[in-house]
Design a protein around this ligand. Sequence first.
Ligand code: SAM
Ligand code: SF4
Length: 339
Amino acid sequence: MTPPVAPLAEPLVDRFGRVHRDLRVSLTDRCSLRCTYCMPADGVPWLPGADTLTTDELVRVAGVAVGLGVTEIRLTGGEPLLRRDVVDVVRRMARLEGPAGRPEVSMTTNALRLPMLAGPLREAGLARVNVSLDTLDRERFRALTRRDRLDDTLAGIAAADAAGLRPIKLNAVAMRGVNDDEVVDLVAFAVERGYEMRFIEQMPLDAGHTWVRARMVTGEEILERLRGRYALTEVPGRGSAPAQLWHVDGGPATVGVIASVTAPFCGACDRVRLTADGQLRSCLFARTETDLRVLLRSGADDDALATAFRRCIAGKRPGHDIDDPTFLQPDRPMSAIGG
Ligand code: SAM
Ligand code: SF4
């Protein structure tokens, strides 16, 4: 049965005129890896299971968002493929209808379960995947993720490709003395296979709060290294995308740099985030959250949920203020926000 088309609503606009069309949904805060920039080695304080939104609750919130003009839904986590209902979630979200039609449903994943799930996810309506791949060296991968799973990640990427979950984007967080000497090799790996490599500046979102700005590898440094091997030409028309794209040796291959810290793109941000326990966040670095779980579980109707969305967006700050002396890292680590 096709769900009813949501009524035309005012779009989700904040005080600065930014229209929100991209919903990031964290399906779980659990993960099969322990990347050093994201999670501690052990002793992770998991969200209580009873607080995790059910399939119906997730789809309902996504439906309200799509009715408010959201056109892209990105499933993330933690590791989204650890959710047992992930194929069902994709199927139901991909069939939502809003004023702009059906949303594009994509996923950010560590790929470990893609050999098993890429086909069913594609069939359920998943459009494409972004996969974290910080290194091509097995020992480094083991040290960085604290798990010996490089081969499984590579098999997952190949499975996504075979299933047609394209374009495949690979994400690497550049870290000084860890993988910053690998940027050219990672681009070569991606270009050979028709994927897009993207480098992300490390952000203060690690569970251990150990981030130090001075140690961060900047987007400019990454570009400098790449220019030693490739001719890069800027791709125009970035819009609200976090990544600035560059054609590699004249294209069509591209490489992206996400300079969230040194060149913030907050002015064009169109993203809003739902955590696995039903909290709406207007920014990765937000200090406040809007509690949708309590609304969902107290019989609130869709209008009340839409009002909560609007209230959350109305409170969105102009930028993340990482460089402000008063900046405070959010209490939740990246794995519990949804990257
Ligand atoms: N587990 C999935 C994965 O790794 O792709 C999805 C969740 S992960 C939190 C989403 C993205 O956030 C990944 O691309 C990861 O590299 C990025 N990320 C995590 N911690 C980060 C940090 N401190 N700074 C920058 N990016 C980070
Ligand atoms: Fe897990 Fe992704 Fe965080 Fe790595 S970045 S620990 S794969 S959630």
